[in-house]
Ligand binder design. Sequence first.
Ligand code: NAG
Length: 273
Amino acid sequence: MAFSPLRSVICSCWLLLIVILQNANCANSVNPKMRTTLLHSQSPDPVPWKEAHATFYGGSDGIDTMGGACGYGDVMKEGYGEHNTALSTVMFHDGQTCGACYEIKCFNNSQWCKPEGASITVTATNFCPPNPSQPNDNGGWCNPPREHFDLSQPSFLMLAEYKAGITPVQYRKIPCVRQGGIKFTISGNPYFLLVLVWNVGGAGDVTGVDVKGDEGAWIPMTRNWGQNWHTGTVLTGQSLSFQVHGSDGRLVESPNVAPKDWQFEKTYEGNNF
Ligand SMILES: *[C@@H]1O[C@H](CO)[C@@H](O)[C@H](O)[C@H]1NC(C)=O
């Protein structure tokens, strides 16, 4: 093909346009405030429904779902309420999905499903352990590779009749709506700082936490269990800042949430997604 000066001018223009568009994108992605605004002003992306099964555990008041493998403790006082769930091994991901929110609806069970379309929103607060002594389709509901929700009883009863016992469901992960900031509850001791991270909005589940004393650099914390994160770095007497990484890749920073005289067994509130 012969060299065409006109074609090369057109090509350059396209390149220029692409560069401009890319810069426009970058401008959006470096401004967390703007991204948050965009996220809230759009309706959530249509996430496809997936299939799983659900059972329930505990009594009608949901109290038996307190405590649990995410480390949240008093889920009622913490605002998670009675609409929470335990997740099977493949969904729990060793605690990484603790705090995630799911919309769930009863599916393909005309005998026991509550009226068509009823859906609930629950927060993952616990682990449904496998039961290798029982078959996957008869009691071993949470055995790998099953995707399974062991719901609080009040949640299950919004979807299906008590008698159903187990029902097929459809579910999708949705953004979590939380009041106020992310909470950091500090425990452990000076040489083993353990921080429970809770009330996380947006993705709801946390993939990383960094802590910083007023004299140092960011220190990545290690997941200890559930949403408890630890570091061996001594930070007593320094004000503490935290960075929380959501599973959607977003990051929220909470500068100096805990003052220099922070205490063990106290909770401090930061920013939220
Ligand atoms: C619905 O349930 C029936 C009976 O358990 C099963 O055979 C069928 O495959 C299910 N349909 C779907 C779409 O999952």
